[in-house]
Design a protein around this ligand. Structure first.
Ligand code: KIV
Ligand code: ZN
Length: 509
């Protein structure tokens, strides 16, 4: 039997630090349930002291994570941070506090203004202080990838002696080369007394496109926890992607002497869910979960794959949940067929939410002859957006053309059920819609990005709009919406972004 490599997902913490990826508690809970279903070992649910919203998310995720999944809260090496994290984690059956501080020369001198000795004292103190609250304390040595190795050994030794159960060696700036990073881990294993009794974790960033390679070298040299995010979201160029590390380990289990417990068939589903909720598209050529990951375009490749799949495919698409189904639903498909197909795609619903989904499915199926899996995913994501909305779209009507002035009339309903209608002119139909929405919702923002893509093939395909808006305080919010009519999709996307903005401001108040 190979070693168990624990998967620590930080989509909801480091992933949320991607510009435009901020999520409210409801959205985080949807992702957390998926992570539990996928059997990840640890969910880093947030940074509780950073905002009331993060505190609530950690608390709520603690309630749903169950007996097998550890819920983790991030802190700085500051007592108050640790007090607040411990409070937020009281709901969790398996709580973990993740605490630490910078250890590289630049972090010590330029950011923290402390000596090496002071850094070691703070490391010891934060671990001991966190251990007063929980038995499971992970210590992170921020910017370890650029630290002096002898000093890193001393800090990690101090954290282990103080009672850390996990020591996290982050390459915070994505600076390292894989072999050098692997050598650091091996050196820690050889030189830190008692390290065999703690878990060595790695947290790698993708600034040089090396995040997954760094994690693999670390595992080969003794690390047994990888910190990662769905779709590789994260600060700047992102973190190592869960789908990549999990599949790389699975494909090379013997060589890595490691396996994970992640349900790989859920990887594509998780990717779509996170992309839909954050509004951050996955590039088509992204490994494992990109739209082209299993597409063969050249004639030679198509010929090869038709003769034997493994000529050009190293992974069976079904193993990551990308198995292209031939089942196409239509307006004649009943409740049972729709429910069955959704279950195959990994979605289950209670009766009340399924009724709303079936209604939405019929609306799409009435307009399109054939409803593909991608349409079904889009319908469900639209429904999820509606369920967590403050404002929902009641109606949109536009008149435009040459030489008319584009005019939009919009009806919106607020969460108390009050309905408001207003209209506006614009330079185009979408501009008119946005101006009419602004008159009702009244939130100042700047629209910085707008893109439309077809969900499936054909003239009747659902159009999915992604937009980004910047709030008065400079935060970026992403919104998505889909419909057969792209003006309606645009209205939905805009409302989705405004709902996020309002929910975040409300949580912070
Ligand atoms: O990149 C990093 O070092 C981090 C730490 C807080 C673990 O995200
Ligand atoms: Zn990070």
């Amino acid at each position: 039997m190979t070693r168990k490599i624990a998967i620590f997902d930080t989509t909801l913490r480091d992933g949320e630090q991607s510009p435009g990826a901020s999520m409210n508690t409801e959205e985080k809970l949807i992702i957390a349930r998926q992570l539990v279903r996928m059997k990840v070992d640890v969910i880093e649910a947030g940074f509780p002291i950073s905002s009331p919203g993060d505190f609530k998310s950690v608390e709520e995720i603690g309630r749903i994570a169950g007996d097998d999944c550890t819920v983790c809260g991030l802190t700085r090496a500051v007592d108050k941070d640790i007090d607040v994290a411990a409070e937020a984690l009281r709901t969790a059956k398996r709580p973990r506090i993740h605490t630490g501080l910078g250890v590289s020369p630049s972090h010590l001198t330029e950011k923290l203004h402390i000596s090496e000795e002071e850094c070691i004292e703070r490391a010891i103190h934060c671990v001991k202080y966190a251990r007063r609250y929980v038995d499971d304390v992970e210590f992170y040595a921020e910017d370890a990838g650029r630290s002096e190795q002898d000093f890193l050994v001393r800090v990690i030794q101090a954290a282990v002696n103080a009672g850390a159960t996990v020591v996290n060696i982050p390459d915070t700036t994505g600076y390292s080369m894989p072999w050098a990073f692997g050598a650091r881990i091996r050196d820690l294993r050889e030189r830190v007394d008692g390290i065999e009794d703690v878990t060595i974790a790695v947290h790698t960033h993708n600034d040089l496109g090396m995040a997954t390679a760094l994690a693999m070298e670390a595992v080969r040299n003794g690390a047994s926890q990888i910190e990662c995010t769905i779709n590789g979201l994260g600060e700047r160029a992102g973190n190592t992607a869960m789908e990549e590390v999990v599949m790389a380990i699975r494909m090379h289990e013997e060589e890595m002497d490691g396996h994970t417990d992640v349900v790989t068939q859920e990887l594509c589903h998780a990717s779509k869910l996170v992309s839909s909720i954050t509004g951050i598209n996955v590039q088509p050529n992204k490994s494992i979960v990109g739209a082209n990951a299993f597409a063969h375009s050249s004639g030679i490749h198509q010929d090869g794959v038709l003769k034997a799949r493994d000529t050009y495919e190293i992974i069976d698409p079904a193993d990551v949940g990308a198995g292209g189904s031939q089942i196409i639903l239509s307006a004649r498909s009943g409740h049972a067929a729709l429910r069955h197909r959704y279950a195959e795609l990994g979605y289950t619903f209670d009766d009340a939410s399924f009724d709303a989904i079936y209604e939405a499915f019929l609306e799409v199926a009435d307009k399109k002859k054939e409803v593909y899996d991608e349409d079904l995913e889009s319908i469900i994501h639209e429904q999820q957006r509606i369920t967590t909305a403050i404002w929902t779209l009641g109606a949109v009507q536009i008149s435009c053309g040459f030489p008319l002035t584009p005019t939009a009339t919009i009806t919106l309903t607020d969460e108390d059920g009050h309905t408001t209608t207003d209209c506006a002119f614009g330079t185009g139909p979408v501009d008119a819609v946005y101006k009419a929405v602004n008159k009702i919702v009244g939130v100042t923002n700047d629209l910085s990005e707008f893109s439309v893509k077809a969900v499936t093939r054909g003239i009747d395909a659902l159009g999915e709009v992604t937009i980004r808006v910047t709030s008065e305080s400079g935060e970026v919010y992403t919104g998505r919406g889909s419909d057969n009519d792209i003006v309606v999709s645009s209205a939905r996307a805009y409302l989705n972004a405004l709902n996020r903005l309002l929910a975040t401001e409300r949580e912070a108040a």
